[in-house]
Design a protein around this ligand. Structure first.
Ligand SMILES: [Zn+2]
Length: 289
């Protein structure tokens, strides 16, 4: 079991991702241009504006609701200006493969695969991994840039009777999931096998297995449920790397997480069914391309 858990820890970082928290800057002024931007910016087509006023891409405006940073115009393009002054381009003008999107995504790339809720279904389309394309700089700015910074901010959340550490931006959402799961377990006690006992865990500052990209576990914004009831592509891939999607996690558990903004690793071709990460932007229709 220890070996299995160790594998889970290595692996499940891979599910990756990020959880989210309430928008840090709901104030509309957060979308105003930073000082270098010369022109006023309308963030919605319905805003009063003159024809000459530039309109920020709706997806970028949406991302700014869920992560830190201000929408700014940079030359002919758009960016999210992070609190440390770094600009993250909305569209970097580079044509990318799936792999290069994973490695060096601009912000638009991170929303390029829509996430669909609903009945659990096998994922057999290669690289259909909604939510696995993440911009590390955006996550670090939002959730914590170092292991010590993230750890110092973690808070306790009661997850179906167990205390787990979680990022404060995502803790309220996880608490709501837990409340829903407890009600489900009360109705259907067999569900506890997936949720109580030996969990895969939450915070762990680490790269995703076999990559240099950070797992969302690094930010304390992802949780792995019971490993023994889970499937993970790295453990089960064929000799030529081919994948056959598998899952044991029941629909009701997935629904409870997704209803509070958690993306599930079972929606991925590169499946990781123990893994849930806080990604409210994936459930916000205004972020959809
Ligand atoms: Zn995980």
């Amino acid at each position: 079991m220890i070996a299995m858990l160790a594998l889970a820890i290595m692996a499940c970082g891979s599910g990756e991702s990020t959880a989210e928290a309430p928008p840090s800057s709901p104030d509309p002024s957060a979308e105003a241009p930073a000082s270098p931007a010369p022109a006023p910016i309308a963030t919605s087509p319905s805003s009063p504006q003159t024809p000459s006023m530039p309109i920020a891409p709706p997806g970028l405006t949406c991302l700014a609701k869920h992560f830190v940073g201000n929408v700014v115009q940079r030359g002919a393009g758009w960016a999210l200006s992070l609190p440390d002054g770094t600009d993250l381009a909305w569209e970097d003008g580079t044509k990318k493969t799936f792999d290069t999107k994973m490695e060096t995504p601009d912000l638009e790339d991170t929303l390029s695969i829509p996430y669909a809720k609903g009945p659990i279904a096998a994922v057999d389309e290669v690289n259909l991994d909604p939510g696995r394309i993440r911009n590390d700089a955006l996550f670090k700015a939002t959730f914590g840039a170092t292991s010590s910074a993230v750890q110092a901010a973690l808070v306790d959340v009661d997850f179906v009777g167990q205390a787990v550490k979680f990022n404060p931006r995502a803790a309220t959402a996880l608490g709501k999931v837990s409340t829903k799961l407890k009600a489900l377990v009360a109705q259907t006690p067999s569900l506890s096998a997936y949720l109580t006992g030996e969990l895969g865990g939450t915070f762990a500052w680490r790269p995703i297995a076999n990559t240099t990209r950070m797992s969302v576990h690094s930010y304390g914004a992802a949780i792995d449920v019971v490993v023994a009831k889970s499937n993970y592509w790295e453990w089960e891939k064929g000799t030529n790397g081919e994948l056959t999607w598998k899952n044991q996690i029941p629909q009701a558990i997935v629904d409870a997480f997704e209803s509070e903004g958690f993306a599930w690793g079972g929606r991925w071709y590169h499946y990781d069914t123990m893994h849930f990460e806080y990604r409210p932007e994936l459930f916000d229709s205004s972020c959809t391309p």
